[in-house]
Design a protein around this ligand. Structure first.
Ligand SMILES: NC(=O)c1ccc[n+]([C@@H]2O[C@H](COP(=O)([O-])OP(=O)(O)OC[C@H]3O[C@@H](n4cnc5c(N)ncnc54)[C@H](OP(=O)(O)O)[C@@H]3O)[C@@H](O)[C@H]2O)c1
Length: 316
């Protein structure tokens, strides 16, 4: 079978936002048991899908969209007219995101679950498709970032890391592909990797980085498998990016200082990562699949200090 060229003019414009709260979804994550205020039903008169935009009439599911990069990515698609399904582990973050999107007249709904649980993954995708009738784009941004030295990381942390970051790739793919292959776009998948996959190395993050290396290889293989169905699969690899979580540990200026040796000399912004994701999902990227795009301000080109320089600075 040969995939037809992409044609954004053939998009369905029927994806309606559910007026019901998604808060009944299973949520097995560590912090998912937090109390949730149900989302108010969307007034029938309020337009929920912007009529303009490259993704008008499409349904885009983004994992890890309750906060951080995932939320900014979901917002970028919603502003381009998509109905976004915010997939979140922690209910209060997902609720907040959907509420804020709806306040701006953007179309969004919520599914809750822990990607480390196979049953949660299939339930989230089933809910999304039942509610909206289609699935056109999946962006997998969620990731556990367990820290620990390779020789010391404990079994529980490792098990959760591997289920969240490796097993979930397979579960998400299994749940998404039957719907993406029926999409009129046709379907696209974007996986969020990291420069830590194989370009830069951070002490304590090598187990996490190794899961991203698995993700990169997985996505390339998947692009090969899904190309004949017309489904494109690509990867975006952020470098140091100033997210909400990062700002809880250091200031924006400190993040920029950490990135001062990069060719672009500063940390990245979530919007700069989201722009790359939206591009790869767009019609403009219709001949791109199996690609991995670093969006890191050139961080991967920064040479490690010479061994001598390192021992010299350590002695001061
Ligand atoms: N920020 C950076 O500098 C940077 C650099 C390179 C790559 N990245 C990648 O960018 C993506 C987003 O990172 P971020 O900076 O936005 O991190 P973040 O603020 O920590 O967000 C991570 C998101 O993933 C969710 N998550 C983690 N484990 C999950 C699980 N088992 N099931 C469901 N959701 C889970 C979290 O849910 P909760 O809200 O419940 O915690 C959170 O929403 C990740 O793939 C990360 O590896 C980020």
């Amino acid at each position: 079978m040969t995939a037809a060229p992409e044609d954004a003019t053939g998009l369905s414009a029927t994806s309606a936002t559910s007026a019901t709260s998604a808060t009944s979804a299973t949520s097995a994550g560590p912090s998912a048991a937090e109390a949730v205020v149900p989302l108010a039903p969307v007034p029938a008169t309020k337009p929920q899908v912007p009529v303009e935009g490259r993704f008008a009439g499409t349904v885009v599911l983004v994992t890890g969209a309750g906060r951080g990069l995932g939320r900014t990515i979901a917002e970028a698609f919603a502003v381009e007219g998509a109905t976004v399904v915010v997939a979140a582990r922690t209910a209060r973050y997902g609720e907040r995101t959907v509420r804020k999107f709806r306040e701006r007249g953007l179309s969004a709904s919520l599914v809750l679950g822990d990607l480390a649980e196979r049953a949660d993954v299939s339930k989230m995708f089933e809910e999304a498709v039942t509610r909206h009738g289609a699935l056109d784009v999946v962006v997998h941004s969620a990731a556990d970032n367990a820290q620990g030295l390779l020789a010391e990381i404990d079994d529980d942390a490792l098990d959760y890391l591997l289920r969240s970051n490796v097993h979930a790739l397979h579960w998400i793919t299994r749940a998404a592909v039957p719907h993406l292959s029926r999409s009129k776009l046709p379907g696209r998948m974007i996986f969020i990797s990291s420069g830590a996959a194989n370009r830069v190395f951070s002490p304590g993050l090598n187990a996490y980085g190794s899961t991203k290396a698995y993700l990169e290889s997985f996505a390339r293989g998947l692009a090969g498998e899904l190309g004949p169905l017309g489904v494109r699969v690509n990867v975006v690899g952020p470098g140091l990016t100033v997210t909400e979580r990062m700002l809880s540990h250091l200031t924006h200026a400190q993040a920029d200082a950490l990135a001062s040796s990069y060719p672009l000399g500063r940390a990245g912004l979530p919007e700069e990562i989201a722009a790359a994701v939206v591009f790869l999902a767009s019609r403009e990227a219709s001949y791109i699949t199996g690609a991995s795009l670093l969006v890191d301000g050139g961080a991967s080109m920064v040479p490690f200090p010479a061994r001598g320089a390192m021992s010299e600075s350590a002695s001061h």
